[in-house]
Design a protein around this ligand. Structure first.
Ligand SMILES: Nc1ncnc2c1ncn2[C@@H]1O[C@H](COP(=O)(O)OP(=O)(O)O)[C@@H](O)[C@H]1O
Ligand SMILES: [Mg+2]
Length: 457
């Protein structure tokens, strides 16, 4: 893992170091060039001011005076006549002869450079023409020892080297911090994911900000939370299943024992066998429901949507369920406008409505009334199932769609409920892309609203 920060660091370093080196070279050469340029200009200006004096008095006295003045300065002067014969000089070295001999056919009035090769030669040099009445009479040569420039540059080099060294140290420090800071959250995330893959979902990744790294950390955290929730839910579900299966099995075993071992009257025998049959039915219902839920969970649940004419559909539902309502002296009322179509899986839709009507029958007193109302709202189709039964306490409402959840365990058991009906309803509706909401008041009634998107393909 350390590799990442090393790689990042190295990359940063190469880029920054390259940039720094380039900048330093550029700065250095510009500085040196302009320094030499300045020297040359100063030299030329000095030569021009000597020339001004010499033009007024081109005499031996003045010439030796000028030469004497220069021998005190760190520059040197050579004054020649028009044939480049030396009339006066502040230099002893014979090297200067070579500069003087360089051809300079037409020197401009403001003078010109005759040697600027400070790197390889001993002098940089300029020349200014001396004129009287428009006639060229001689030259003033100015010389500047390059040793002086060389030492200036070597001092400059030293400073640059020091600055460069400091810059590199600084860069490295920043890079170490930066690459660590970048790599650290990644390393944390990698650790978190391997922890998750080992089945430990108790990871906590700190919020690092709202950049991509922060987003990634948040996604991983979300994943861990979801997985942990799923795991918890699964074990809860499993323990509920075993609990729910145990009750009917206990009944069946108990009554089967009695029937087998005791001498019972035909009537008693019949009564116990009925209980055994009821419990067996409940078990097979539960297993069928669980199987449905498992298929939904696995997403291997096929929804075959076809356009359903709801008016026809509801009339069939009414015909099918009215006997069950009449058994309990209840009324089923169906209101559905004509020509209303819904894209849905007909048998699943029937299952949904069956589960809801089944509840209405179970949780209403005789003479109760249940109404199915279909309506259209914008592009949505709303199916409402409303009863005036015993209702659901408000604090129970958030849980009724949970698996195995029953408001009154003992009483609903007597009614044959498993607590899976609404869980299946919810999953089926979601599989259709719809939603279901519930409103209920105790002793007044319950109302389920299903909203399906109409006109979808
Ligand atoms: N129409 C209703 N009136 C009153 N209570 C209801 C109604 N529908 C559902 N409930 C409550 O919600 C619980 C969960 O319903 P459901 O999932 O269908 O399970 P059950 O197998 O008990 O019918 C029921 O036990 C019941 O307490
Ligand atoms: Mg039910």
């Amino acid at each position: 893992m350390k590799n990442l920060s090393l790689k990042l660091g190295l990359l940063f370093f190469l880029i920054l170091f390259g940039l720094e080196t380039f900048t330093f070279f550029f700065l250095h050469s510009t500085l040196v060039e302009s320094r030499v340029e300045e020297e040359l200009i100063a030299l030329q200006t000095r030569g021009n001011s000597h020339r001004a004096i010499l033009e007024r008095h081109f005499e031996n006295d003045t010439i030796s005076h000028v030469a004497l003045m220069e021998s005190e300065a760190n520059t040197d002067v050579v004054i020649t006549n028009i044939n480049k014969d030396i009339l006066g000089s502040s230099v002893k070295s014979s090297i200067i002869q070579e500069y003087i001999d360089r051809p300079n056919p037409s020197v401009p009035r403001e003078g010109q450079t005759i040697g600027d090769n400070w790197r390889d030669e001993d002098y940089i040099s300029t020349v200014s023409p001396i004129e009287q009445k428009g006639q060229l009479i001689g030259y003033v040569y100015m010389f500047q020892d390059t040793a002086w420039i060389q030492s200036l540059i070597s001092r400059l080099n030293e400073q640059f080297l020091l600055a460069g060294f400091i810059a590199v140290i600084f860069t490295i420090t920043i890079i170490i911090f930066l690459s660590k800071a970048l790599a650290k959250p990644l390393i944390k995330m990698k650790e978190a994911t391997s922890q998750i893959s080992k089945g430990d979902f108790s990871v906590s990744l700190p919020k690092t900000g709202d950049d991509e790294l922060g987003d990634l950390a948040q996604s991983i955290q979300l994943l861990a939370n979801d997985l942990s929730y799923l795991k918890e839910e699964r074990s809860e579900f499993l323990s509920s299943i075993s609990h729910e299966l145990r009750t009917p099995l206990t009944y069946i075993k108990g009554y089967a024992d009695i029937v087998q071992k005791r001498n019972l009257t035909a009537e008693e025998r019949n009564q116990y066998l009925t209980i055994i049959l009821e419990e067996t039915n409940r078990l097979s219902d539960m297993v069928k429901n669980l199987f449905d839920l498992a298929k939904i969970d696995k997403n291997s649940f096929d929804i075959h949507k076809t356009p359903i004419d709801l008016h026809d559909f509801m009339r069939k539902i009414e015909a099918k369920f009215t006997p069950a309502f009449m058994d309990k002296k209840m009324i089923l009322e169906v209101n559905c406008p004509e020509a209303i179509q819904l894209n849905a899986d007909a048998s699943r839709l029937e299952q949904i409505i069956f589960n809801l009507l089944d509840n209405s029958i179970k949780y209403s007193s005789p003479d109760g009334k249940t109404a199915i109302t279909v309506s259209r709202h914008n592009k949505n189709i709303i199916i409402r199932i409303k009863d005036n039964g015993k209702g659901i306490p408000e604090h129970e409402l958030p849980y009724i769609f949970n698996r195995f959840y029953r408001v009154d365990k003992s009483r609903t058991r007597a009614l044959g409920g498993t607590g899976l009906g609404l869980a299946i309803v919810k999953e089926l509706i979601h599989a259709h892309g719809g939603t279901i909401t519930v409103k209920s008041k105790e002793n007044i009634g319950t109302e389920f609203d299903m909203v399906f998107k109409g006109d979808d393909g």
